[in-house]
Write a protein that binds this ligand. Structure first.
Ligand code: F6P
Length: 342
């Protein structure tokens, strides 16, 4: 068999570990060949490829980013895009494709499978952890570790200055990073996209904490958190999947908190630091398990499937089970965080 592989959407730690695992399993154990498409769906559309070998991918497990590069290209937004993807599969003599991505990349894979008969298997990736049908996506654990380490550092500077520090983290529609990172970092308040911000509640909580003797506070806010129905946009422009660029909620919240509490307040935006660098051991192992499982599915001819983690085991589910509906933050998990708010 000849198998194509691409990585699409925002990069995340663990992508290279998936590539390494797919190549090793497919080439060494099944005698297949693997061809990399560059820059997500742009690769098959523009014919950008790169041969992948066991030797060339051997030392990738600890490397962040993706050697295949990535983009947010949507073939369904390009004139003749889906046809060009199918054409590229044919001209490169490929029998199947492995698409490693989040809701957008896997959503495209699902449509190409259903409407054009593309033999595709998906691997769920996103630091946001918002794909359904899998307990975790890889990249999330690394992002949470980075956030918790950064919050540790914010504690000492906030405490030294008697300040409130607002830490804005990623999470467009889901507050998983904010909740996990905030709990791990001992944040005093956590705000997520799923629950509209009640400013008064945050102000009262911080005041109670300071009145009880704490001279500083850490507030973690997900970039997608809103005051009632308002979204804080950095730019009005939409990407190929219709997403606006978020950002700015941390700065805005910091100003309001300073005004309402009287406590000196600063904001810090962790941004793409959360997506950079080496994957954690957990993400390296999860990516490896996903990559091997995806290669196995392709070998068995089980297409239209997504590998997933369920109760500690690797399973496979229809792609639409992963991308049909976003997995937003579990309200019970948020209640756990609330135990530590004043
Ligand atoms: O990949 C998901 C994500 O990291 C979101 O958390 C964030 O909103 C977005 O990507 C940022 O995208 P970009 O890298 O295009 O700025």
């Amino acid at each position: 068999m000849r198998i194509g592989i691409l990585t699409g959407g925002g990069d995340c730690p663990g992508l290279n570990a998936v590539i390494r695992a797919v190549v090793r399993r497919s080439v060494r154990d099944y005698n297949h060949e693997v061809l990399g498409f560059l820059e997500g769906w742009k690769g098959p559309i523009e014919g950008k490829t790169m041969p992948l070998t066991v030797e060339g991918t051997a030392d990738l497990i600890q490397q962040g980013g993706t050697i295949l590069k990535t983009s947010r290209t949507n073939p369904f937004k390009k004139e003749g895009g889906p046809g060009r993807v199918m054409e590229s599969m044919k001209s490169n003599k490929l029998d199947a494709l492995i698409a490693v991505g989040g809701e957008d990349t896997c959503g495209v894979a699902h449509k190409l499978n259903k409407e054009f008969g593309l033999n595709v298997v998906c691997v769920p990736k996103t630091i946001d952890n918002d794909l359904s049908a899998t307990d975790f996506t890889f990249g999330f654990d690394t992002a949470v570790s980075i956030v918790s380490e950064c919050i540790d550092r914010l504690h000492t500077t906030a405490e030294s200055h008697n300040r409130v520090l607002v830490c804005e983290v990623m999470g467009r529609h889901a507050g998983w990073i904010a909740a996990y990172g905030g709990i791990a970092g001992g944040a005093h308040y956590i705000l997520v996209p799923e629950i509209a911000i009640d400013l008064q509640q945050v102000v009262d909580s911080l005041k109670r904490g300071h009145a009880a003797g704490r001279n500083y506070s850490i507030v973690v806010v997900a970039e997608g958190a809103k005051f009632l129905d308002e979204e804080v946009l950095k730019s009005q422009a939409l990407d190929a999947f219709g997403h606006v660029q978020l950002g700015g909620i941390g700065e805005r919240l910091a100003k309001l908190l300073e005004k309402e509490t009287g406590f000196e307040t600063r904001a810090v935006v962790l941004g793409h630091i959360q997506r950079g660098g080496s994957p954690t051991a957990f993400d390296r192992v999860l990516s490896t398990r996903f990559g091997v499982a995806a290669a196995d599915l392709v070998h068995e001819g089980k297409f239209g499937r997504m590998v997933a983690l369920s109760g500690g085991k690797i399973v496979d589910v229809p792609i639409e089970a992963g991308v049909g509906q976003l997995k937003t933050l579990d309200p019970d998990f948020y209640k756990l965080a609330g135990v530590f708010f004043d």
